[in-house]
Design a protein around this ligand. Sequence first.
Ligand code: ARG
Length: 588
Amino acid sequence: MKKILELISEEMQKAFEEAGYSKELGKVTVSNRPDLCEYQCNGAMAGAKQYKKAPIMIANEVVEKLADSDVFESVEAVMPGFLNLKVKPTFLKSFLQGMREDAKFGVEEPEHKKTIIVDYGGPNVAKPLHVGHLRSAVIGESVKRICRFMGHNVIGDIHLGDWGLQMGLIITELKERQPDLVYFDENYTGEYPTEAPFTIGELEEIYPTASGKSKEDPVYKEKAMEATFKLQSGVRGYRAIWDHIIAVSVTDLKKNYANLNVDFDLWKGESDVHDIIPEMVDYMKKEGYAYISEGALVVDVKEETDTKEIPPCMILKSDGASLYNTTDLATIMERMNIYAPEKMIYLTDKRQDLYFEQVFRCARKTKLVKPETELVHIGFGTVNGKDGKPFKTREGGVMRLERLISEINDEMYQKMISGREIAQEEAKQTADMIGLAAIKYGDLSNQASKDYIFDVDKFTSFEGDTGPYILYTIVRIKSILNKFKDQGGDLNSVSLQEVTNASEKALVMEMAKFNTMMENAFEEVAPHKVCAYIYDLANAFNKFYHETRILAEEDETKKSGYIALLVLCRDILEACIDVLGFNAPERM
Ligand code: ARG
């Protein structure tokens, strides 16, 4: 389906052409004076020079050609030559009818379905998820869903940090504590136990302990590096322990991400490309991309137009060990081989901006990707507390994600039960749904690259630009529709009508922006645009609701039109929150 502005512009262009002017002049934009008109066209101003004519004369001639337009209710030429436009209710009705009949409300299937990999989440195994992991998960999930909504073939990959020194640290600490474990017996040739020798709770304590020790004790650190080396070179017992670490961690991660309504298609990690690193390194050397500099193997990635220093991309350290970017480059190579994606989108903290610039340049220069492969890094800002510093617990510690979620959910639960009768179980379920919306919307409504303040009071409020307000609006619509059904109405037999009043028209015009907005959010990888849209849409709906007697409307045709509008509005809002990664309850 075409976008509403395209249709309106086409009508205007036709008029310019008929009046003897260049079609290009008929470009229409949304009015920047909504008090005067809905849309505007400044083409007559632009054409004055070319046609050596006063703009108002051109504008008047165009107005004449639009006298019986199917699109415009009014076209006004105003000094010095602007065209102020209002659209016809019949035009809006047919546009909305098109949306209603379309599974995706006017978003067309792409001409070419792209394969897109979204690399997000990126937790390191054995480290508990904390507030710093929130944004990658929440924004990434939404980006994935937006791409999918647009009709592309999208693969979400968690890209676990499962291969570096942290693994060696854990193994070292385990060995200190339980040296007799069969995994450390070099002569052992039997099967290893299927049960892990630790729980997730122990694992989460082991890692920080080990990390702390290695910072103080160089001998310990040496051991950890050796353990990492042994693991990476495939020592059986080390691999077996590593398998346990991954299994225990992944089970826990799955649970945590599920609480955020986040799920991944691929649970791959840095370790998955270990075996193809030598092949990649050989290739880079053979083709002359990589060279030895101060013992390390590097690829230059600076470009002539750089205004800042872009250091070379290090492929192997002087001791031959691989690095974070080695695994990222090998992952790119593997993805190209298996999935041949046209686009890869990475979500991390913006402190990795330079890092990804280097990796992307290196991947292009060494032709791991095709020239047309899009590589996109979305670097997001920090989640801060009201003091402007990274968000902490009340006691000043690192805020675990689990705790953050449960604090918000408890807050919502208190709101749910205060001053009314509601079954505990329902209150709990609803509170969790609204809590998730509060967290996700609170995050997603900010432009990703900006830091934001995690303001519990604001995020959980039912008023203002918040998740709960959006859910509240949806639930309000659902409850009207339910009443309509209770009164014997049939949602399948209602039909859209021409708008008759201002707030209704404003609502319809907001709804009509849907496909434009979604395409834009996709192209700019910007979930905050979806948030901004549903906030405007919810406001437009609530204004309409307050000014209109919907169920009490006596004119049945009119009422049917209102209900049809509500159904579509609900469906659009729900499609939007679905791409944001949360859902609305039936009541609240
Ligand atoms: N594990 C990494 C970290 O904690 C994030 C991974 C992001 N994805 C990637 N392909 N590098 O910083």
